[in-house]
Design a protein around this ligand. Structure first.
Ligand SMILES: C[S@@+](CC[C@H](N)C(=O)[O-])C[C@H]1O[C@@H](n2cnc3c(N)ncnc32)[C@H](O)[C@@H]1O
Length: 240
């Protein structure tokens, strides 16, 4: 299980690349993020044919992938870092249950790349996700309230369907949060395509974020706690 980083074919570590080259089969998850390059570029750089696994293949086809790894070296590539999605924890458990040895090669994840905003990573509270279909979803706002109360930053992961080129925007996320009662005056930080050269970061009030257009994807949204350290304040001011 190999994290391949957030931007392009060259973000894989030397250790990760060596492992890929030794594998007879290479899968790439296609549901947690989007690289700046296509599968062909990866394939050319790694010197391997790549099978793109949608969420269904990774979840329902997990047993098959693990079974293949019983007799052959199989690489499962994850954009960003390996354990940033529950599916991949299940995959490791399934492999261990079947006594298939798993080697993990870590990389950078959006969960740490948000550090570029200047907000201190150890002051983030529970991370929450906003799904596309969110009329009856209350959890993200409850998490926001709880984190605010505990003086912690909130990271909202925004739904995506890369195979359909469908990505939730920070504006849509802000609109959803306000519709569920979040204070439009709260400060928010929109992050798009973190870890790449095309990265965009914008700091606005939640109410203003609704009108912000960022045409880079994927995106996530942060609502910082109110009690910022002066260095965090400086960093946010610089991004403004
Ligand atoms: C389960 S997380 C993990 C993504 C990836 N596997 C990782 O390790 O960073 C998926 C969410 O991260 C966010 N995301 C993914 N890639 C991003 C990027 N490059 N910039 C900003 N947000 C990103 C999106 O909000 C998406 O819904």
């Amino acid at each position: 299980m190999i994290g391949i980083g957030l931007q392009d074919e060259k973000d894989i570590s030397v250790k990760g690349l060596e492992a890929v080259k030794k594998c007879s089969k290479v899968y790439l998850e296609g549901y947690t993020s989007l690289l700046s390059v296509g599968v062909d570029e990866l394939s050319k750089f790694y010197g391997k044919k790549i099978i793109v696994a949608g969420r269904d293949m990774a979840e329902q086809g997990m047993e098959k992938i693990v079974q293949e790894a019983k007799s052959d070296d199989v690489a499962f590539l994850v954009i960003g870092d390996v354990f940033s999605a529950t599916t991949h924890i299940s995959m490791m458990i399934e492999a261990r249950r079947r006594k298939v040895p798993v080697e993990v090669v870590h990389n950078a994840s959006v969960l740490t790349a948000v550090g570029v905003t200047g907000l201190e990573l150890y002051k983030f509270g529970k991370v929450t996700s906003i799904p596309f279909d969110n009329d009856n979803v209350e959890e993200p706002v409850k998490v926001l309230e709880m984190n605010m109360k505990n003086r912690l930053h909130t990271l909202f992961l925004l739904d995506l369907k890369p195979d359909e080129n469908k990505f939730m925007t920070s504006a849509e996320a802000a609109e959803y949060l306000i519709s569920k009662g979040a204070d439009a005056g709260l400060r928010a930080v929109a992050c798009a395509k973190l870890g790449s050269k095309e990265q965009v970061i914008k700091v606005r009030k939640l109410g203003e974020m609704i009108n912000i257009k960022i045409a880079k994807f994927p995106q996530c949204l942060i609502v910082p706690a109110k009690n910022l350290h002066f260095v965090e304040e400086e960093a946010l001011e610089a991004w403004r």
